[in-house]
Design a protein around this ligand. Structure first.
Ligand SMILES: Nc1ncnc2c1ncn2[C@@H]1O[C@H](COP(=O)(O)OP(=O)(O)O)[C@@H](O)[C@H]1O
Ligand SMILES: [Mg+2]
Length: 244
């Protein structure tokens, strides 16, 4: 299918002394929003790292845009958990933080152009931070800094955006602003994969869910097929039944 973004088949992964992912499969198409939920230690970040190509699965395979992972890197964006806050004296500007992510597309020794500046500004506008372009990143609140990091990912114009608990450690008001931004990007056609152990906002935004629990059980569902009671049961480790 031409609008297939990612296909994961029978993915299994263990660290030397911990089995983490067992036989995980799912497929996303353009515009899907996958929420990965589950308690700490159930393998959410491990799955993100495998999709990013930072860890190699023991078995199973991943296709991105119908091809190999290594050929898709420039089409995938990533936003991590909020980095340790920059302190107020940190000299790099907001615009420089965003612009640095254009390196991946330009190669190291090319100069920045006016078009690059326009792209930086556009990315900052998408997260409502354009008026902060020349401010030091350290002068911003944690929530504002995280919005800048979303803009940084957006500057490279990804088709698939991976976010690993992007709102951890951010105040509640900023969390809902950030979720609104992500929902808007999604309704404009960006495919999103997002993890969160704090689930209500994610349940609201996602149309598909991958649910991990302590026993390594996982389930891939369309959100509409799943009641909140059943989600609670799965998170509590009660096996229900497995979807393909
Ligand atoms: N680098 C590592 N080496 C060994 N074990 C790890 C490593 N990273 C994570 N783990 C273990 O793998 C399991 C899953 O971790 P992780 O994917 O980070 O879970 P989550 O993101 O859901 O909290 C945990 O038991 C964790 O302790
Ligand atoms: Mg994690």
């Amino acid at each position: 299918m031409s609008d297939e973004i990612i296909r994961v088949e029978n993915l299994t992964f263990e660290y030397p002394d911990t089995a983490v992912l067992k036989d995980v499969s799912f497929t996303l198409h353009r515009g899907d929003f996958l929420g990965i939920i589950g308690a700490n230690g159930t393998g959410k970040s491990t799955l993100i790292k495998i999709i990013l190509g930072l860890l190699k699965p023991d078995s199973g395979k991943i296709r991105l845009f119908g091809g190999e992972l290594s050929r898709a890197r420039s089409r995938v964006g990533y936003v991590s958990q909020k980095a340790n806050s920059f302190n107020a004296g940190f000299p790099t500007t907001v615009g420089e933080v965003v612009r640095a992510n254009l390196f991946s597309k330009k190669g190291l020794f090319r100069r920045y152009t006016k078009a690059d500046d326009a792209r930086v500004l556009e990315a900052l506008e998408l997260v409502g931070m354009s008026e902060y372009k020349n401010k030091p990143i350290g002068a911003l609140s944690g929530g504002q800094q995280q919005r800048v990091f979303i803009a940084r990912a957006l500057a490279a114009e990804p088709e698939l955006l991976l976010m690993d608990e992007p709102t951890v450690g951010i105040d509640a008001a900023s969390v809902s602003e950030i979720m609104e931004i992500i929902k808007r990007l999604n309704s404009d056609g960006m495919t999103i994969i997002m993890t969160n152990h704090d689930t209500p906002a994610l349940l609201d935004a996602a149309n598909k869910l991958l649910i991990f629990c302590e026993h390594g059980y996982e389930e891939f569902v369309n959100k509409a097929d799943l009641s909140f009671e059943r989600i609670a049961d799965i998170l509590a480790g009660k096996r229900v039944h497995r979807h393909g």
